[in-house]
Ligand binder design. Structure first.
Ligand code: HEM
Length: 113
């Protein structure tokens, strides 16, 4: 595995840690770690796809499409929760949904072919 891919993969895993860590530690409260973690997953995930394509590696496009949709769901929940929090309308359900969707994407990443 080349160095660039290792760096981006580590960032991808740190993004996952930021999301799940934030949800577990801060319970129903959205944090910058949650919002930036969700954004980072989309950027680092797309970068990993690009690196794998450039390497002529095998990319399962159906799996990637599913992961992208789920990651957009994570980001939407995180952004809306943070926006509502700023207006004083905290919503723990959205934060928990973001965490649950991140776990779903982890299962898709690890268990799907
Ligand atoms: C909340 C969002 C996400 C989570 C929690 C997540 C989680 C993970 C995890 C745990 C891995 C490492 C396991 C493995 O390599 O099998 C991984 C790898 C990967 N992810 Fe994600 N991911 C997310 C979003 C995305 C998105 C949006 C994309 C692409 C559009 C993506 C593309 C990839 C790719 C290509 C790899 C494989 C890297 C390799 O070749 O080893 N991920 N992801």
């Amino acid at each position: 595995m080349d160095a660039l891919k290792i760096v981006v993969l580590v960032l991808h895993l740190l993004g996952l840690l930021a999301i799940v860590g934030s949800v577990v530690v801060k319970r129903g409260v959205p944090t910058p770690a949650l919002v930036w973690g969700a954004r980072a997953q989309i950027l680092t995930g797309l970068a990993l796809v690009g690196i794998n394509e450039a390497d002529d590696g095998d990319v399962n496009h159906t799996k990637i499409a599913v992961k992208l949709l789920v990651a957009l769901g994570v980001a939407a929940c995180a952004e809306i929760a943070a926006g509502r929090q700023r207006r004083g309308q905290g919503n723990p359900n959205l934060v928990h949904a973001a965490g649950a969707l991140a776990i779903v994407n982890t299962l898709v990443a690890v268990l799907w072919g």
